[in-house]
Design a protein. Structure first.
Length: 402
């Protein structure tokens, strides 16, 4: 009997039964919720961000918005929610309860404070002494908190990243992970700043600052709070390309573990993050949409994928795609292919023809009722047709010699 692949990972000091953790968000609002997630099979969880009791927090009504496209009901999710409103003492009590009931699970305490070293040092001390396995510094929240000198306000300034990471390290008795904002021009630069300050790991990304939409009947931005709105944090499937890019850049630039976050909706998304260097992954929006139960599919999908590929451990795929990422200038300019249409598979819909005619090089010939054909002299191999064709395998590439 062939044994199942091992999907456990070691992330810093954490021994995780699988790479899946809940990120700091509404699904980790309370100890009771975190414990239900652990019962469902999640390997770890990051608490909703804990702040000093003196820092005011407001939950706006309403604070969520969604964006869909054609048959996809939701591809982006926006929130303008702030951090946890609960007192530090309540979190300390519940952290102890969680670790008593689930000592083998990874519990990470997310913290945030103003730009005062003493506040970060003290909060890191209190939360780490409560019994968490790691501290995560929230330097990434893009809405609300930055207006008060917190969240992404810190994550966009390397001098603050370094000063406050060092402060948290002084107070914490457990490893410290820095959560970065993608709302910067060079996330590798901010990641290196965190590493130089002593961060034990990086988590990325926090949400992407955006405006999810406008109600064209009322002219009100979404989500609407008494007729007004603000820019918020985008998450969900639509931000995955940004998250993958950021994690890959961080993995290439630093020598500390990276926890990948951003648009992880299926086990396949998680595999992509692992391939670009994430040592663990964190999930939020998919859980808000479908519940803690999705962990079963995540675990089964990863296990079966590894078995199908012949891997005995998930660790064999971590970072496996990084060597295939390079600078644009280093890509092979002499590599030449043209599109090839399988006439037996072609359903004669004309989608490739219209796309190539109006968005490409007019390289596809098409007559109603006949299969499309490629004019190889005109084809520039942009790949637009392959992405629009509804039939898998109908349009492939044929290598040509110049």
């Amino acid at each position: 009997m062939v044994s199942k692949p091992d999907i456990s990972v070691k992330f810093c000091n954490l021994e995780l039964e699988n790479p899946y953790m809940l990120s700091s968000a509404p699904p980790t609002c309370t100890g009771e919720m975190i414990m239900r997630a652990f019962e469902a099979g999640w390997a770890g969880a990051v608490t909703k961000t804990i702040k000093p009791d003196k820092t005011p927090v407001y939950d706006l009504k309403n604070r969520f918005g969604v964006m869909g496209f054609e048959t996809k009901q939701m591809i982006l999710f926006e929130n303008i929610e702030e951090v946890s409103k609960r007192p530090v003492g309540t979190w300390v009590k519940e952290i102890k309860e969680i670790k008593k009931k689930f000592p083998e699970k990874a519990l990470i305490g997310s913290i945030m404070a103003e730009c005062k070293e003493e506040d970060w040092e003290e909060l890191a001390r209190v939360v780490s002494e409560a019994g968490v396995d790691m501290i995560e510094l929230n330097f990434g929240c893009p809405h609300g908190m930055p207006e008060r000198g917190m969240g992404a306000f810190i994550g966009q300034r390397t001098e603050l990243i370094q000063k406050l990471t060092k402060a948290a390290k002084r107070g914490s008795s457990v490893p410290v992970m820095v959560k970065l904002t993608p709302n910067v021009t060079d996330i590798a630069y901010t990641a290196k700043a965190a590493e130089e300050a002593g961060a034990d790991a990086i988590s990325a990304i926090n949400t992407v600052l955006g405006l999810i939409g406008i109600n064209i009947d009322t002219f009100e931005p979404i989500p609407t709070v008494d007729g007004m709105s603000t820019f918020g944090g985008l998450s969900g499937p639509g931000v995955k390309p940004i998250g993958l890019r950021c994690v890959a850049q961080i993995a290439q630039a630093t020598n500390i573990p990276v926890s990948g976050i951003g648009g992880i909706t299926t086990w396949k998304d998680a595999v992509e993050y692992l391939l670009v260097g994430a040592g663990s992954v964190q999930v939020c929006t998919a859980v808000m949409w479908r519940g803690y139960r999705i962990i079963s599919d995540f675990v089964d999908g990863l296990t079966n994928y590894l078995a199908d590929k012949g891997f005995s451990s998930v660790n064999e795929i971590i970072g496996k795609s990084l060597p295939k990422l390079t600078a644009w200038s280093k890509l092979n300019k002499d590599y030449t292919v043209v599109a090839s249409i399988n006439k037996d598979l072609c359903i004669k819909c004309g989608l490739c023809y219209v796309a190539c005619r109006d968005g490409g090089y007019q390289a596809i010939k098409f007559e109603q009722g006949k299969a499309a054909e490629v004019d190889e002299e005109k084809c520039d191999a942009c790949s637009l047709c392959t992405h629009l064709c509804p039939v898998p395998g109908c349009i492939t590439w044929k290598k040509v010699t110049k």
